[in-house]
Ligand binder design. Structure first.
Ligand SMILES: [Zn+2]
Length: 434
């Protein structure tokens, strides 16, 4: 018997007859991984699981906590649009804007909202007119006799994470401030109040402790594998890894008379999910078949697995060499996949560099460069060798350049190279390997 059936039987036999039992299936940071791939479930197996659950249980809610797009060729080539189409077929009830939904500028979010048949929430992001950029800050959904409130928040560090292109004059309010305003209006109307959050795991735990009126935080952004719900007082925090490598399932028994009774939750690995749903699979295939010829071409072979961290200096060297710069700089968050031992295909480079960033050379002092490096989550490997008084040319992305211009103004010089970083990497690795 598979694990899901056992889980369902346990639910049937342990569920209290008085309480309503709500099952929440959650994903986050799916990043365009609609096709099944080693370790990643793909859209069709996730959809099959949700269908099986809905067939056996009346109260199922299927939600996503943001960053659905960007991370695979099928997402990047069609600017994220197929992902929302596939999510419709998967049967999502609610989604959330993450920082990557801004990858093609705020106007594109209007397009995503048109495609998605489920509401895309976001209470903290506003356009230049002060209008909320999402479908709604929150919704109230009825399931059985339960009224469920869902508020959507995304991190107010978003301006630092997104391309300035198409994203000028946006406002991101503090999630805590927004929750403070919304909770008194929504809490009295609902039996269960949850937050879909794209702020990161640590931030969610702090917010959950602060806002005990909220029952559950379903999070994303930090790509955290968090096996069971974290107890933060009378509420809980969950997050389900990333790229569909795990699927989150939370079971809550709610007694509207006496308040919450029970929380359990788990992450299911891709190989624990049922066989793919045929309809979703054929929709995924219709998109993937359009990119396959372009990307499933082998360009090199390696006998060594390289983590994102190990790739950083290698990719930096490739960028520097391409434009004869002193140094290359690749921000660690910009490397979106590792390299497994074996054949390297063009697809892999799309997965590593899905953004479509272009190559730029910066000329700046070592002192300024050290400030830039200090914004990295970990000490950059080159930091110790940088001389503050010396001037360096640094090959990097237009994304980093835009943030550097904001921080250092005219003390740095920028030269656009009008070539995609992804293409530079593909060309180099095809010719010279890693
Ligand atoms: Zn994110």
């Amino acid at each position: 018997m598979n694990k899901i059936l056992i889980y369902l039987i346990l639910i049937v036999f342990t569920g209290s007859s008085l309480a309503e039992e709500l099952l929440i299936v959650h994903t986050n940071d799916f990043h365009g991984h609609i096709a099944e791939q080693k370790d990643y479930a793909g859209a069709a197996r996730i959809a099959a699981f949700v269908q099986e659950l809905r067939a056996n249980h009346p109260l199922v809610l299927f939600v996503d906590a943001g960053d659905a797009i960007t991370g695979t060729p099928v997402s990047s080539l069609f600017e994220g649009e197929p992902i929302f189409d596939v999510m419709n077929a998967m049967g999502y009830d609610v989604g959330l804007l993450g920082n990557h939904e801004f990858d093609y500028g705020a106007d594109k979010i209007t397009r995503f909202r048109e495609i998605a048949k489920f509401p895309l929430l976001g209470a903290t992001a506003f356009d230049s007119q002060g209008q909320v950029l999402s479908d709604s800050p929150f919704i109230i959904i009825e399931r059985g006799t339960l009224k469920i409130g869902i508020i959507g928040i995304l991190t107010d560090t978003t301006p630092l994470l997104i391309t300035p292109h198409g994203n000028k004059n946006l406002t991101f309010k503090s999630p805590a401030e927004v929750l403070k305003q919304l909770i008194p209006a929504i809490r009295p109307k609902v039996d269960f109040l949850m937050v879909l959050s794209h702020t990161g795991f640590t931030e969610d735990i702090a917010l959950a402790k602060q806002f005990q009126e909220i029952d559950l935080f379903v999070g994303g952004h930090s790509h955290t594998f968090n096996k069971h719900p974290v107890n933060t007082g009378r509420n809980r925090v969950v997050q389900a890894d990333h790229y569909g490598r795990h699927l989150g399932l939370v079971k809550i028994n709610i007694d509207p008379e006496r308040g919450l009774m029970e929380f359990t939750g788990d992450l299911l690995a891709a190989d624990e999910l049922p066989q793919p749903d045929a309809n979703v699979l054929s929709l995924v295939e219709s998109y993937e078949s359009q990119v396959r010829d372009r990307v499933d071409t082998p360009i090199w072979k390696t006998d060594k697995r390289l983590s994102e961290e190990e790739l950083q200096p290698i990719l930096e060297r490739i960028l520097a060499r391409y434009v004869n710069a002193d140094l290359g700089f690749y921000n660690s968050g910009g490397i979106r996949d590792n390299i497994e031992a074996g054949i390297i295909t063009i697809r892999k480079l799309w997965n590593i560099e899905p953004f479509g960033n272009t190559l730029v050379t910066l000329s700046m002092t070592g002192a300024d460069y050290l400030v830039l490096l200090s914004q990295e989550p970990k000490l950059h490997h080159s930091a110790a060798t940088i001389e503050p008084e010396k001037r360096y040319t640094i090959a990097t992305s237009n994304f980093i350049a835009a943030h550097a211009i904001k921080a250092f103004g005219s003390s740095i010089q920028v030269q656009e190279r009008d070539v995609l970083i992804r293409d530079v990497l593909i060309e180099h690795i095809t010719k010279y390997g890693l």
